[in-house]
Ligand binder design. Structure first.
Ligand SMILES: [Ca+2]
Length: 199
């Protein structure tokens, strides 16, 4: 994964290592403290900031061009230090497992909702998708009927009080609906979903 780290690979590794800058640094370090060196020292300190500024500009340009350095990928929304992908933009639906697989393929997981503010954010986005009144989220009781766990292994009540409606032994996957409600559905049903990842 390290090769995917923002700004550490390829061209970026060469930025700010040009030989003139290295020489200036060495020149300053090697100068004696005596008065004879004052002329050279002034010259070095006058030139160094300009080179640093150029270096800074190049680094900024490199980071801007590098898609790995964007806070969230294209098509994802940033909120609260995370990136969210809302599948209604794809105009296709998937069963819960395939929705989960899509998220994993994009270095994310079906959303785990951790506090009321995040719930409000999701509800706000869902209001823009009136033709998609629900979203698969990372909540299932497929391991033990009636024991609803978030994707991260925590109980459904761990982060905030939530009730899963319509639960039966054949409805093991949860979708998020309006007003912060969560409903059990058959995992094989096709639906839109929301992925979440660190930004
Ligand atoms: Ca169930």
């Amino acid at each position: 994964m390290s090769q995917d780290t923002c700004g550490t690979a390829g061209k970026g590794a060469d930025v700010c290592t040009d030989s003139s800058l290295s020489h200036q640094e060495n020149g300053q370090r090697d100068q004696p403290a005596g008065g004879e060196a004052v002329g050279n020292s002034v010259s070095s300190t006058e030139r160094l900031p300009a080179q640093l500024q150029r270096c800074q500009r190049e680094m900024q340009q490199m980071l801007t061009r590098d898609p790995r350095c964007r806070r969230c990928p294209d098509g994802w929304r940033s909120w609260g230090g995370h990136c969210y992908f809302f599948s209604p933009g794809l105009d296709q639906n998937r069963p819960w497992n395939e929705s989960s697989a899509f998220c994993r393929q994009h270095n994310s997981s079906l959303a785990v909702i951790r506090d009321p503010a995040e719930m409000d954010f999701l509800q706000g986005v869902m209001r823009n998708f009136s033709s998609f009144p629900f979203l698969w989220v990372g909540l299932t009781d497929d391991q033990e009927e009636g024991r609803w766990l978030w994707w991260d292994g925590t109980d459904v009540q761990h982060y905030m009080p939530l009730m899963v409606h319509w639960d039966t032994d054949y409805r093991d996957c949860a979708d998020l609906r309006g007003e912060g409600s969560v409903f059990a559905a058959e995992c094989e049903e096709y639906g839109p979903w929301v992925c979440k990842r660190e930004s």
